[in-house]
Write a protein that binds this ligand. Structure first.
Ligand code: HEC
Length: 203
């Protein structure tokens, strides 16, 4: 018999002396296992509770550094974040670079529509566009969805302000009050703008 098992035997004997029930001698291992399971469970709950719910960036993602910092900054209950709204609502078409896709989605970087009068870009977002529009000398004939119901005044203000300051754009920020005024001015409209010609009234 080794020293170790002798000691084990001694403890075992002691247990038997203290607790005459025979099954008592087999409890130390389950208790240890239970403890381990409890620790693992606690860790799992902690992990799930503290994990970032957003999907991590994948290889090949067309994200920029500012998108990533936006992901980090946008904690629940945080102030409206234009960069985050852009990443979620606009970048699929206009791209994180703001350059769009030639012939399909027009650029926002350097766009005369995005950086023109405040009410112009607000009206574009409120109702969308369905018809021809010329952006930076290139013509587009696609459909821009409306965000009038999807985004509130503060959100439209945040995302348009972001677009107007991003990728070298230097236009003014837009306030939620301006969005509210524009929303009210065209509240009777239920169709998208029919293109650049109709939008020219806001230029
Ligand atoms: C489903 C694709 C799609 C999404 C999403 C989208 N757009 Fe557009 N957007 C377009 C298309 C297409 C046009 C051109 C419309 C046309 O050809 O009639 C356009 C036009 C524009 C224009 C005017 C032209 C220009 O390039 O400056 C602005 C400004 C604009 N979008 C901003 C935004 C913003 C801000 C968002 C997010 C809140 C957004 N768009 C989301 C497709 C999209």
């Amino acid at each position: 018999m080794t020293l170790h098992s002798k000691r084990g035997q001694a403890i075992h004997d002691a247990h038997l002396r203290e607790n005459p029930e025979p099954h008592e001698s087999s409890t130390p291992i389950p208790v240890l296992l239970l403890g381990l399971v409890a620790i693992l469970l606690g860790w799992a709950i902690y992990y799930i509770a503290t994990a970032n719910p957003r999907t991590p960036p994948q290889f090949g993602d067309r994200r920029t550094l500012s998108d990533l910092s936006a992901t980090v900054a946008a904690a629940p209950g945080a102030a409206v974040d234009g960069a985050q709204i852009f990443a979620a609502q606009c970048s699929a078409c206009h791209q994180a670079t703001g350059l769009g896709i030639p012939g399909v989605f027009p650029p926002l970087a350097g766009s005369e529509w995005a950086t023109g009068k405040e009410r112009l870009i607000v009206q574009i977002l409120l109702h969308g566009i369905d018809g021809p529009i010329t952006v930076k000398g290139a013509s587009y004939q696609g459909a821009m969805p409306n965000f009038g119901e999807k985004l509130n005044d503060a959100e439209i203000a945040a995302v348009t302000s972001y677009v107007r300051k991003q990728w070298g754009n230097t236009a003014s920020s837009i306030s939620p009050a301006t969005v509210a005024t524009e929303r009210d001015a065209t509240k009777a409209r239920s169709k998208p703008w029919t293109g650049g010609d109709e939008l020219a009234q806001f230029r």
